[in-house]
Structures are given as C-alpha cells and as structure tokens.
Design a protein around this ligand. Structure first.
Ligand SMILES: [Fe+2]
Length: 204
C-alpha cells in the first residue's frame, strides 16, 4: 500500500465548535495516518511458522491496519461533510429522506437516537446490496462495519469529537453537527452513487 498523507479541511465556516476542539480532532486523524503508514512499512510475512490467530506480529499488525485505515476513511468523510456551508437541505438527499423516512424530523429523530446509542459512528448510508437507504451505527472504527454500505451522512460520536466544547452533552453536539452539515457534499455522494454525476468519488 502506498504511503497516505493527511488531507486538509477548511473549518473557517464551522459554527459552535472552538478551534481547539476541531484542531485536536484533526490531530487525532493525522495520528491514524501515521499509524497506518508505520504498520504498512513494518508488516512482514516472512515466516509462516510464526503466523497464528492467537498471537503473532502479523495478526497485531493486521488488526491495527484495519482499525487505522477505517479511522482515516471515516474521519475524512466526517470532516468533509462538516463545513458550515450549504446547511439548508435540498436536492437528492431531501427526496431520499422524504421517501424513506417520511419527513426530515422523522429522519433526524432516528439518526439522533442511534447517535446517542452507539460509541463510535453513526451514518446514513446507501446499501448497494439491496439498493436501500438506512441509518446504522458502529461502536468503533472497525467494529460493525456494514459491507456494501456507502456512507452519505457521517457523524463521529466518539467523546473526543465533542468533549472539549460540550463535555458529556452528546445530544447538543448532534444538534450542532446538523447545523453544520454540508448538504452539497451529501448530494454529491448520492448523485455519484446513482450515476447522476459521473465523476471521481467525492471522498477520494
Ligand atoms: Fe474522531
């Protein structure tokens, strides 16, 4: 795997978060990149006699690789849709939410309930397996990942994402996240998946 470098994000229009909260979160993201690059550099498969599922350096490295790589992808999706721009819902995401959840308020209540129930991540996704949209949560970066589920709206609910600004008040943090959610980014993700915008995947 090629070496990965951190992407830059413009948080200048993000409201109700302090620069300290955002910069500390971004710094955490860069450490996942350092981790993945280190694992890829040091991973070896030289002696199969030392490879086993109870304990081996390859096992440890493989576990770290999936943890860190998923953490990188999820944080990039999160930072990308947290801009403070285009915060009024419109377009494909508006149609999807009305069709699937009946109304934006119904969607928000369900999303928030899952956000308060999980330990790591919550997202609205489009599942390519059955062509359905649904909300699901993960307890950690690499625990509960749903195969084929393409993330559309991604919210980090680890405490590190809000503790500096909101203490333990995750409910308020969820509200604030949605006041900064960039629906242009979300629409780009949906339109790409539906082949309405034949271009590079927006999160690459
Ligand atoms: Fe995070």
């Amino acid at each position: 795997m090629n070496k990965i470098t951190a992407k830059n994000y413009n948080f200048s229009n993000v409201k109700f978060f302090t620069p300290m909260q955002l910069s500390e979160h971004y710094n955490l993201y860069t450490r996942y990149i350092d981790c993945l690059n280190k694992v890829n550099l040091e991973m070896s498969y030289s002696d199969t006699n030392e490879c086993n599922q109870n304990y081996s350096s390859t096992r440890s490295a493989q576990k770290s690789k999936t943890f860190c790589f998923d953490a990188i992808k999820l944080h990039e999706l999160y930072f990308e849709n947290l801009t403070g721009n285009n915060t009024t819902i419109y377009g494909s995401i508006s149609e999807v939410i009305d069709d699937v959840f009946g109304s934006y308020s119904n969607f928000f209540e369900k999303f928030k309930c899952i956000a308060l129930s999980m330990r790591g991540w919550v997202m609205l996704c489009f599942d390519k397996y059955n062509g359905e949209y649904y909300i699901y949560g993960q307890d950690s970066h690499d625990d509960g990942v749903m195969l084929y589920a393409e993330p559309l709206i991604v919210l980090d609910v680890y405490e590190h994402s809000y503790m500096i600004d909101y203490g333990t008040n995750r409910s308020l943090y969820v509200d604030v996240f949605f006041e900064n959610l960039d629906f242009k980014v979300v629409n780009s993700r949906i339109n790409y998946l539906l082949n309405l915008e034949p271009k590079e995947p927006p999160h690459i």
